[in-house]
Each structure stands twice: as structure tokens, then as C-alpha cells.
Ligand binder design. Structure first.
Ligand code: PEP
Length: 257
């Protein structure tokens, strides 16, 4: 089954709605100039909540082929949960994706496995796709348990999901030691992790969801390392932080994927 690569930019807490709009306009212009084929590689951007409506308006007005989504979501659907944003609210804003379980959310917010499972369910129920982040810390890699750790995180989240839901899941293998550090994983490391994750999904849910599921690599991706990473079997694209803040660099990575 051919999986279309996805290049997703995680803007984290950067860019207000005006900066987000400017970035998107320039990206569309750069890609139009480069005759970028959006059917060959899908693009997505994950702005802060405050920029989502502006992004939606621009995407619809200019009929841009760029998808967008959020960086986290509430596990509840409405009510007295100050500061939370529900999956339905995001879906109404035209979001296609929601990042779930990013290492920064796991570290700075009380997002444990149970909460992450509930986020995944909320995103799927609202008709969007979760981008589930997994990956070991430096300490787990030092102990040689990195694959068990990352696969274990996938296992914990998918255990009670249906085959259909698993097929919609996107997994981003993001070793914590590589996120925002400039220390990119080697192509071998990315390939081994992606293969281990897909093998687990195949043995737990069968070949169809395993082959449908996109597995991204994330962690210090730039235009200098993207080509050797995308050449790895089972790596279906990237989740990008720092390099997604520079529109020329993001466009370069998109073109090279
Ligand atoms: C991320 O935050 O998901 C990420 C991969 O960041 P960076 O590309 O900066 O390592």
C-alpha cells in the first residue's frame, strides 16, 4: 500500500496569528513557484490555538492545499474545564490533525498514558487524525531499551483501539534526546524504530492497519539530513519543530521529502 509522506510543522508556542498568516502565504507562494506536487507529499502546520482561525480563513479563501491542526486537545467535550479546547472545537476550525503526547507536553503538563489514550480517542471521534509522539530518552537509549520503550508507548495507547482507528493513527517517532537539540537520529536508528513500531502494529492488528499507518520521524530534522532519512523504509515523513519556523527551510524540506 502506497503511503503519501507527510511533513508536519510543529510551531509550538511561536507565531501570533499575523505571523502565522504571513508564513502560510509565503509558503504557498514558494511552493507554487517550485511547482510543488501536493499529491506526492502532504503538508501540515500546527499553530498555537490563537492562530487557528486565521489559518482556516486564509486556507479557505486562497484554496491552499496545506493542512493544519493543533498541538494538544482536551479529553473532555465541553463544560467547566478552564483553559481547555475540545476536539469538536478544533474540528469546526477545519483541523485535520492533532499532536498527542509530545515529549514537551509529557514533561511540562500532567499528560500520562491514560490522558494520552483519551486524547487519541477524542481526536478520532471528532473525525481528525492524531499524531502520536513516542520515543525514548537518552537514559533509555543508554540502557539499550529504546525500541521496547517506544513500541511499549504505542502498545499502551493502541491496546483498546479498533483496527480502523489504528489505521488512522499517525505515529511520530521522536527520541527525546533529538528533539530541539540538533542531535538528529541516524538513518539506521530512525529505520529500526519505525520498523519495530510497524511490526508491533502488524502483529497486534494485522497487515492492513500496519501498512496504512504513517510513521514519521521527528528530532532536529533539517534540509541537510532530510534526504537520507526519507530514504529509509517505513519512514513516511517528518514532524519538524525548529526548522518549521523558517519558511524557506520548511519549503526546502517539503520539496526534498
Ligand atoms: C518537535 O518539537 O516535534 C521537534 C521534532 O522539534 P525539532 O525539529 O526542533 O527537534
Amino acid at each position: 500500500m502506497a503511503r503519501i509522506p507527510l511533513v508536519a510543522g510543529n510551531w509550538k508556542m511561536n507565531f501570533d496569528h499575523l505571523e502565522a498568516t504571513y508564513f502560510l502565504q509565503k509558503l504557498a507562494w514558494l511552493l507554487r513557484d517550485a511547482k510543488f506536487d501536493y499529491r506526492r507529499c502532504e503538508l501540515a502546520l500546527m499553530p498555537a490555538f490563537t492562530a487557528l482561525r486565521s489559518v482556516q480563513v486564509l486556507v479557505e479563501a486562497d484554496d491552499l492545499k496545506i493542512h493544519y491542526g493543533a498541538q494538544t486537545v482536551s479529553v473532555t467535550s465541553q463544560g467547566a474545564f478552564t483553559g481547555d479546547v475540545s476536539a469538536d472545537m478544533l474540528a469546526q476550525l477545519g483541523c485535520s490533525y492533532v499532536i498527542v503526547g509530545h515529549s514537551e507536553r509529557r514533561k511540562y503538563h500532567p499528560e500520562d498514558d491514560a490522558n494520552i489514550v483519551d486524547q487519541v480517542r477524542a481526536v478520532l471521534a471528532a473525525g481528525m487524525q492524531p499524531i502520536l509522539c513516542v520515543g525514548e530518552s537518552y537514559e533509555e537509549r543508554r540502557q539499550g531499551i529504546e525500541l521496547e520503550f517506544a513500541v511499549g508507548q504505542v502498545q499502551d495507547v493502541t491496546r483498546d483501539l479498533s483496527k480502523d482507528d489504528v489505521a488512522k493513527l499517525i505515529v511520530a517517532y521522536e527520541p527525546v534526546w533529538a528533539v530541539g537539540t540538533g542531535m538528529v537520529a541516524t538513518p539506521d536508528v530512525a529505520r529500526e524504530a519505525a520498523r519495530a513500531i510497524r511490526s508491533h502494529v502488524e502483529s497486534a492488528f494485522g497487515s492492513q492497519p500496519a501498512q496504512a499507518m504513517r510513521i514519521l520521524y521527528g528530532g532536529s530534522v533539517t534540509s541537510k539530513n532530510v534526504q537520507e532519512l526519507i530514504g529509509q523504509p517505513d519512514v513516511d515523513g517528518f514532524l519538524i519543530g525548529g526548522a518549521a519556523l523558517d519558511v524557506d527551510e520548511f519549503a526546502r524540506i517539503a520539496r526534498m521529502t
